[in-house]
Every structure is written in C-alpha cells, then in structure tokens.
Ligand binder design. Structure first.
Ligand code: PLP
Length: 393
C-alpha cells in the first residue's frame, strides 16, 4: 500500500503519547501524578452545560451554516469589542471544531513547497507538523528563557525572506507560559510594513489567562495589519471546554471564503448544541472563569517556588497560561531522559521540552492545571528521584 508522502511529514503532539502512557500505568494500578496534560482540571460551568442540553431539547439537531450560527458569531464579535476594543464584522468570524482547526486551515491556505512559514520554538508542536505536511519550510523563531520566552521582533523580522508567507505567534504561550510585551508587538507590526507579503496568525487561545494584572496585548489592536491578520481563539481553555471541540478564527475579509470552503470540505459545521453552549459561555456569568484563574494563579506561585527548590532546576515565573517551563540543565540529564525517568520510576507525568521543538532541549513542561496536593506530591517525588541519582550532592 502506497501512502501519500505528506503523511510521512506529519508530526504529532507528544503530550498525548505521555498521557496515554500515564493512563496505561494508572490502569495497571500505578499511582500516577499527571502534570502533563494541557487542559483545565475544572468542569465546564453548569449553565454552559444546561445551554447545550436545552439546545438539544429545542431541536437544534441539524447542520448549521458552515461558518457557525449568526447569534454565536455576533456574540463573539461583542466579546472581541469588549475585551480587545476592536470592532469585527461577524461575517469575518468562522466557528470551527477547536482552536486547532483555525491553525490547520491557516497553514493549509499558505503552505506549499517553496515557501517559508515561521513558528515559535519551543511552541505548540502542531504548527511545525502541519507546516511540514504542506511541504512548506518550517522556520523556527527561537524563544529564550532570558526574555521570559517572548520573541524578539528584531530576530523575527531579520529572518523574513521574500518566500515567507505566514508568521505564527502565540501569547500567552504553550509550553512556556511566556507573554509577549506590547512593545515587542509594536516593533513587529512596525517592521511588517516592509514585508507586505506576510500574513500573521496570532494564536491567542490563552488570552484570558494573564497574571499579575498585566492586560493581554492582542495583535487585533493594530489596524495597519488588519487585512493580513488571522486571530485564533476559542473556548477550550477559558471555560474548561476542551472536549466540546469549538473555537473560532477571525479572518481578513478576502480569506473568509477560503476558510469556509475548507470547513465545508472537512467538517461541515460545529455540532449545533455546542454552538449554543458557546453563546452561554460568552454571555453568561464569568464568576467560574474568575475563580479558576485565581486558583491557577495560586498554583503558579506554588509550583514555581517548589521547582526552584529542586537541585538542578530553575524556573522563571510564567506570565500566562497554566504551564511552568523549568530549565533542567543543572541536572545533567536531557529533557527526554528526565521525562522518561520521572514517569517510569516515580509516576510523575511531565513533558520533555523537546516535544515542542529543538529549542526546548534542557526544559520540562509542567501543567499546573492539577490540584495543589498533586503539585506538592509531584515535587516530593522529583526531589526523591534526583536524590537517588545523586543530583545536587
Ligand atoms: N493553541 C495552543 C497554543 C494550544 O496550547 C492549544 C491546545 O493545547 C490549542 C491552540 C488548541 O486548542 P483546542 O483544544 O481548542 O483545539
């Protein structure tokens, strides 16, 4: 059987592999502490669940328009106006089954052999995977710990060539929790004036998850790139809705028909009850989101202080999302070896930084979307593991 060559270029998200291994170990009776998974450990707020149940009872069982129901697109537009201060025509919004789908479509729209697409490294692994799948050349934007894992606009601009069609940015970021300061976005947008052929995909799925009172800086705030900016956002993280599969893209007007055509060819539409639930998420009470964020903030401080006490570890304070990304080079181990050792010997699931790109070597990703007890227990086990190996003596 001969498969398409592109299948050999498609990567994966190794967080799912670690999750599968951790789940298998737990099923075999091992006591596993899972700090590998990138989803909130809270249930979807009940009024959102009720809205989906009501939609089903009200008979919303059929196909919807491929770009999503109008009341939902209008609710998204109101939310963007309220939180980002920008007016968006609901016809530029395309509702899709998860944040990932906007990413997939944006890369498909631009990627082909002979072109370059830039993406953050360490970064969400699907960017590079899909870029390679299309035959385009993935060009990593290296993110550095000493800048809090924010990109340098100067470095990004310096690597743009006439073949660059798309630049992907992500703030707050997975896996680092890094937040790009507004001044850096100012510099990027100013420099993009020299490169009119470049479109930007701004993955802002963690926009509501910013700490220390720092407001989220969105690329939607720059009218000068509005006709070449694709905004990716969604419900998975903010309202603990990862399993519902819904997200949205805001596309430049001329790209909307392409995104919609991809949707029609792929999934037709997002299931109807989830779209009604998403309206309830945007327009209903936000107290559950606020409570979740307050809890993440407490855990963020706890995990960073505990990680910094481990021999061979040092961890910068992440400004957003729910990940800590400690530097583990002081242990003398590679990220992959430490990930495997911790999982096999101590039942602690964390993800090697190399799962997020070559620049992730020397780091591990811990998700603190887990209880305080789980975080404390994981840190005790890691300390025990390091001691057993004589690290820190
Ligand atoms: N973008 C980033 C940076 C993510 O970390 C994730 C999920 O982990 C997504 C997009 C995809 O989100 P969704 O589950 O809505 O597809």
């Amino acid at each position: 059987m001969q498969l398409a060559a592109a299948m050999g270029r498609l990567g994966t998200e190794s967080a799912f592999d670690v999750l599968a291994r951790a789940t298998a170990m737990a099923q075999a009776g091992r006591d596993v502490v899972n700090l590998g998974i990138g989803q909130p450990d809270f249930p979807t707020p009940p009024h959102i669940v009720e809205a989906a149940v009501k939609a089903l009872r009200d008979g919303h069982h059929g196909y919807t328009p491929a770009n999503g129901i109008l009341p939902l697109r209008e609710a998204v537009a109101r939310d963007i106006l309220e939180r980002r201060g920008v007016e968006v025509d609901p016809d530029r919004i395309v509702i899709v089954p998860g944040g990932k789908v906007t990413m997939f479509f944006a890369i498909l729209v631009f990627g082909e052999p002979g072109v370059e697409i830039m993406y953050p490294d360490p970064g969400f692994p699907i960017y590079r995977s899909v870029i390679s799948f299309t035959g385009a050349e993935p060009v990593p934007i290296a993110l550095h710990e000493d800048r809090g894992f924010a990109f340098s606009a100067e470095e990004v601009l310096a690597r743009i060539t006439p073949r660059t069609r798309l630049v992907i940015v992500n703030s707050p970021a997975n896996p680092t929790g890094g937040v790009v300061p507004k001044e850096e976005l100012d510099r990027l947008v100013a420099g993009l004036a020299e490169h009119p052929q470049v479109t930007v995909l701004s993955d802002e799925i963690y926009a509501r998850m910013c700490y220390d009172g720092v407001p989220h800086a969105s690329l939607t705030a720059y009218p000068e790139i509005r006709d070449r900016l694709i905004l990716l956002d969604g419900w998975s993280k903010t309202w603990a809705m990862t399993g519902w599969r819904i997200g949205y893209g805001v596309w430049p007007e001329h790209l909307v028909p392409h995104a919609v055509r991809l949707a029609i060819n792929c999934h037709s539409c997002v299931n109807a009850p989830t779209q009604w639930a998403a309206i309830a998420a945007l327009e209903g009470p936000q107290d559950a989101v606020d409570a979740m964020m307050a809890e993440f903030d407490r855990r963020r401080r706890l995990i960073v202080s505990l990680l910094n006490r481990l021999p061979g570890f040092r961890c910068v304070m992440p400004g957003g999302a729910f990940y800590a990304f400690p530097n583990i080079t002081g242990t003398g181990m590679t990220a992959g070896a430490l990930q495997d050792g911790l999982l096999e010997e101590e039942g602690v699931a964390a993800i090697a930084g190399t799962s997020f790109g070559i620049h992730g070597e020397g780091y591990l990703r811990f998700s603190y979307a887990a209880s305080t007890e789980a975080i404390e227990e994981a840190m005790r086990r890691i300390a025990r593991y390091l001691e057993r190996r004589g690290i820190g003596d």
